[in-house]
Design a binder for this molecule. Structure first.
Ligand SMILES: [Zn+2]
Length: 441
């Protein structure tokens, strides 16, 4: 009895301290900061464009100075008096992908980014730091937030029409995902809501989301476009859509992104949200997921559902791609650096990865046979075989876009194949940890 009381008391004290940290330093409101990440041959420069605040904070209120994964970048709120970190969160950005493209060697370009932090009660320093492929800092901006700054705009009084597709709990406690309509005219909103619901249900049907449904809210925000569809630069089809999304990002025909990130966030003012999913009205294949930035999905391709789940693995879970190319050289993950993503390894520091989940007695690296053939055929074969055999967790060579030197945990996973019906045990655990981090008490 005495032991139990002690445990209960310490739990109360720990909980009380956490709550006090949030209430001590932050209002129950959100500060959004809009940035330009610019760079090219002249170097990298991050610039703040504007700040705005709105009532309500949908993010976490505990473990404020920790991060669940390292990420490619971090936003940090510090107390200028003490230097203490009051809040931090990891992210990735399209800019950090672009900076390694051939185009970035030729011209300087700027990319929009927006981040949300809880609204500080007092003056606070806000730092944004970007890291490169070798985890080195490649860009940084520090600016001071002042509560009496009249140019911090007050927003959120007139939210755009929205409807909940799934309600798990209070936005204060749950993880809030917002779907935005892209390429749907006002009269097509019923279709948008129907498609968004199908995708949300699909994501929440996968483990570990399925057993944590009550920790998620999903809202569909009816952002109208003047035209239906999406821009396809290769065909010189340019559409007047809400967020000007287009294929051919970085001249890669399938890569669909939106350049209007500030507008994504403007469209969500007054609605509690932490994760943004842009649903694009097109039967084309494509999409993308940028960690704690946004996810973009197409609505009507036959692989829409598995791709949306895969991309959510990136944007929510911070997972890496487990597929690879056999010919292309890609230096996203240098072989002498251990990636921070939990589902790939270069074996530089495997002890920090899934060693404890390995199937007993498995060889490292784990032998496997690449059946080759068309990618589509191989995926189908993998799916059929997977139904009939135990999942072996090992260290399989090929992952993170490289066929040699980067390793993945299983032969097939949702982060590798569009036909695999589940996330692998390592990805599942990584996602579970993120869910717990953002909803922990
Ligand atoms: Zn996996």
């Amino acid at each position: 009895m005495r032991l139990m009381m002690t445990a209960a008391l310490s739990a109360f004290v720990a909980c009380g301290m956490n709550a006090a940290d949030f209430n001590e330093n932050f209002c129950d409101s959100t500060l959004r900061i809009d940035y330009i990440f610019g760079g090219g041959p002249d170097g990298i420069k991050l610039m703040m464009e504007s700040q705005s605040k709105q009532s309500g904070w949908a993010g976490r209120r505990t473990r404020l100075n920790e991060v669940p994964v390292a990420g490619n970048g971090t936003i940090i709120v510090t107390d200028p008096q003490t230097g203490d970190t009051l809040y931090r969160n990891p992210f990735s950005s399209l800019f950090q992908e672009w900076i390694y493209t051939p185009e970035a060697k030729e011209k300087n370009m700027g990319f929009e980014n927006s981040f949300l932090v809880p609204l500080p009660k007092r003056e606070a320093d806000i730092t944004v730091s970007l890291r490169g492929n070798r985890h080195e800092e490649i860009g940084r901006i520090v600016h001071r937030y002042r509560p009496d700054d009249e140019l911090v705009a007050l927003r959120g009084m007139n939210p755009i029409a929205h409807t909940y597709l799934h309600k798990g709990g209070d936005p204060k406690d749950a993880i809030d995902i917002a779907f935005l309509a892209e390429g749907y005219r006002a009269e097509e909103m019923d279709t948008f809501i129907k498609k968004a619901k199908i995708i949300a249900d699909e994501i929440l049907s996968y483990e570990p989301f399925a057993s944590n449904k009550e920790k998620f809210n999903v809202v569909a925000v009816m952002t109208p476009s003047n035209e239906s569809g999406v821009s396809v630069p290769l065909k010189q089809q340019w559409k007047d859509t809400a967020f000007e999304s287009h294929f051919s990002t970085f001249y890669s025909s399938r890569y669909l992104t939106t350049p209007r990130v500030w507008k994504l966030h403007r469209s969500l003012e007054g609605i509690p949200y932490e994760h943004v999913l842009v649903l694009v009205n097109t039967p084309e294949y494509g999409g993308g997921g940028i960690h704690n930035c946004y996810q973009i999905a197409t609505s009507d391709h036959k692989l829409t559902l598995p791709v949306a789940v895969h991309e959510f693995g990136h944007s929510f879970g911070g997972l890496a791609d487990e597929y690879f190319y056999t010919e292309e050289e890609d230096d996203t993950y240098p072989l002498d650096i251990e990636p921070w993503q939990e589902n790939i390894t270069t074996l530089v520091d495997f002890d920090t990865k899934w060693k404890d989940l390995l199937t007993p007695g498995v060889e490292i690296p784990t032998p496997w046979v690449d059946k080759g053939g068309k990618r589509e055929d191989r995926m189908k074969n993998a799916e059929e075989e997977d139904r009939n055999k135990e999942v072996v967790v090992g260290v399989f060579e090929g992952g993170g876009y490289k066929s040699k030197g980067v390793y993945r945990p299983v032969e097939t996973c949702r982060m590798r194949d569009n036909h695999n019906p589940t996330f692998c045990p390592v990805c599942e655990r990584a996602i579970s940890r993120v869910i717990e981090f953002y909803t922990g008490k």
